[in-house]
Design a protein around this ligand. Sequence first.
Ligand SMILES: [Zn+2]
Length: 132
Amino acid sequence: MEELKSTRGKMQFLHEIYVFDRLSADWPKKFWSCQLKTECKARLHMTADSSEVVVQMNQHTHGSDAVQLQAAVMTGMKRRAAESTEIPSVILNTALQGTSSAVQAKLPRKDAVRKLIQRSRKRHRRCSSTTG
Ligand SMILES: [Zn+2]
């Protein structure tokens, strides 16, 4: 399971096959709502320190959107690439944990992912070099 930061700076969390938006962080718990919160009442309670799901409230009232999930997975991989030194296949496998085959089918091939990870790392190094 992965905590993700979307391109708009919003914290998101991939749980099973659904994307959740961060609702609030009220120590020692974090609360997440399904990203379709206007129509779906599914919520997650999570421990703030270890990001483990304590309880899921309500069931999703919809199927999952493979395109949305794919975007979330890609964002998570780029972030992980920038922040860790893991090899691309580890990053890919971690990102794919809990995703459906429909999502996996939409992701780029492994060599494309490797290039994406290398690009993310280069960009990240350039950015962080100015801060020391
Ligand atoms: Zn939902």
